[in-house]
Structure formats: structure tokens, C-alpha cells
Write a protein that binds this ligand. Sequence first.
Ligand code: PMP
Length: 410
Amino acid sequence: MSGNNKYKTSQTLFERAVKVIPGGIYGSKSPGFTVPGQFPYFFTEGEGCRVKDADGNSYIDYLCGFGSMILGFGNSVVDDPAIAQIRKGDLLNCPSPVFVDLAERLCDLITGMGWSVFAKNGSDATTLGVTMARVHTGKRRILMADGAYHGSSNWCSANQFPVLDDRDYVHTFPYGDEEALKELFDIYRDEIACIILTPYHHPAYIDQVYPEKSWYPLVESLCEKEGALFIMDDIRANFRLSIKGSHNYFNAHPHLVTMGKSLANGYPIAALMGTPELKKAAGSLFITGTFWTSSVPMVAALHCLEAMEKWEVQSHMNEVGKMLKDGLKSAAEMEGFKVNLTGPDSIPFMTFPDDPDLYHNQIFSASMAKRGVYLHPHHNWFLSYAHKREDIQETIEKAAESFKELTRVN
Ligand code: PMP
């Protein structure tokens, strides 16, 4: 791995990690997912929209704990009541009253949903969702889009297990391809339990894709005809498009909705919500996990929801996100680059045309990291309520320098 003195402590920690942790750092947090040697691997602190790495370097952060920190790091409106709950007790055998408060709050808030169950990670919620769909319909096939990420469980993860049959019943289609979707519904007629979709397509590495107007009406009518459930996996876009759920933003009508990430501003909680008609089927499932009823994240979620609603965080994130997109576009143009900025303004991603290996993305983002801005080269970015216009302005100024640097290696 090429050395960079700026990240010496990160690299030393990584060398220690590989001796005792398979892969050193796994999954999407591994150095291989960014630019090895040119990015920090370990962080020690976060405040507002800034993070500090293990070497003491500070960054304006556009990953936000992979989307979780929607109000910013260390927001006292969420942290103070969460810390008070830690002192009272987090995991108290049976749930605390806040379990009921949070479910009631979410049912009032999220369009069309009449019940909620809680877990820890997004993968718990999506796996519960597809299991529920199978139980409810008595059918086993699952449809999902090529390149969509729904978590690390066996039925959908990047792992392939030749001895397990989870994947034999999962069928993929190119996102937004209406003919391909109709064909799958034809081929597997009477066997489809559910289709699971993200509100818009946000694969890693490539441009983000919005649904056409006809997409959700088609999905819904195919599901209705088949008796299949429509699951909206809102883990990633959660609360950045609409406080009422991203399906509300796109006028879609899912039977089940998964949430996580930003629900509690970084505290570990995920939720599976469903329409009132599915409550009985959900009640027939064995749903549990030792920590799934822990109360601290639920207190955090209640306060996070209140703050998001009161502060109208979506419009702020979209405003600063738009400023970032526009600023990056003009900074790129000044140096003769055309860039694609796709995705919602609050969840943007940038690519360079004719850059299939993301070579330019990597050089650009490594150069930004060197200048104190954390822009992931392969994963969509996130804005938070803590990003202010001054932070965006500073980012754009640094981007102008990084585009200039890119012309030198081009
Ligand atoms: N679904 C989507 C759309 C996601 O983006 C993610 C996480 N990136 C997951 C599910 C899985 O969530 P988790 O990592 O919390 O298990």
C-alpha cells in the first residue's frame, strides 16, 4: 500500500488490525473501497459536519456516517436525552415505554403505515421485510434491481454461497426497465412474494437514477395482479427526501417500508413498517434480537424526529446540496472538465464521463481528502443539517484546487 505521511496513524492501526481482524477493516469501510494509502481509515471525533481522523486531520465530511448523521455529529438535542437514558438504563429486559411512543410517532408520521417493529441494522429490516412477504403470500421469489444494495444478509449480499439456495429465488432486473419487470412477473407468475426497491436507484460507483413517472404505478399494478408485496427500502434516502418517508415524495404506495440510518442521528436502530392489513401476518413472525428493544436509540429517534420536523431539515439539506452541486460543476468547467452530478441534492454523487474505472473520481477525492474534505470516490455523498453555506463555499474553493491538480495528472 502506497504510503502517505498524513495518514500514518491510520496505516499503523490498519497494520495492527489485519493481524487480528480478517481483512483489517471489512465491507464498505475497508481501505479498498476508497483509495488505499490516500484516505484516512480511522476516525476519532465528529462535530457538526466535520470529522477528525486518527492522525488529527480534520475534514468537512460528506459521508455523514453513511447517511446516519442527518442533524450532524454530536447534536445535543439528540445526545443529551440519549445520555440521560443511558444513565437510567438502556437494555432493561423488556422494552421501555419509549418503544410504544416511537411506534406511535412513526405510525402518525409515515404515510400509509400502521405498525412498526424495531431492529438494529438496515439488513435486519430488509430481511424481516422479505421474510414477512414470503410468510404473508406463501410464495418464495423476490425481485430486486441489478446493483441495488439491500444489506449484508445472504439473500442479497455480495457474498455468493454455492451451498445455500437463498439466491435461487432472487431475480434481478435492470432498474427502471418496465419490459424486463413485466417479463419477470410473467415468467414467475403465482410464485412472487415481493419486489424490493429503493426510492430511486442509488448503486455504488455509477450515476444515480430517478424513477420515471410510470414506474411506481406499473410496480403497484403488477404487484396487485400477482398478490405480491411491494417493499420500499428507504434505509439510505430515509428522511432526506420527505419527513413522511421517501415513498411519499414519489407518490408510491408500498406495503412495507424499511428505515434505519438517519432515524436516530447515528444511534443504532432500524425499523420495518407496514400497512394496517399486514399487521396480523407481522404478528405471526418470531421477531427478536437481544438488543432490538434497547431504549437509548429509541429516545434518540424520538428527539431526532422532532428536530427534523421542527427545523425542516429537508429543505436546508436540499439548498446546501444544490449549492454544492452547482459549485462543483462550475469549478470543474473552469478547468475544462464536464462532470455528472446525479441523485437528490441532499444525496448527490459525482462522476466524470468516460471514466469507467473511476480513475478521475479517485484522484479527485484523494486530492480533496488531502485538502480536508471527505468526498467518497465510490459511494454517494450525504448532506446534513449541520452543513452550512460557509462549509459548502470552503468545499467548492478546495474543489477548484483539486480540479486544477487533476488537469496535471490527466
Ligand atoms: N438498504 C439500503 C438501501 C442501504 O443503503 C443499506 C446500507 N447502506 C442497507 C439496506 C443495509 O443497512 P445496514 O448497513 O444498516 O445493514
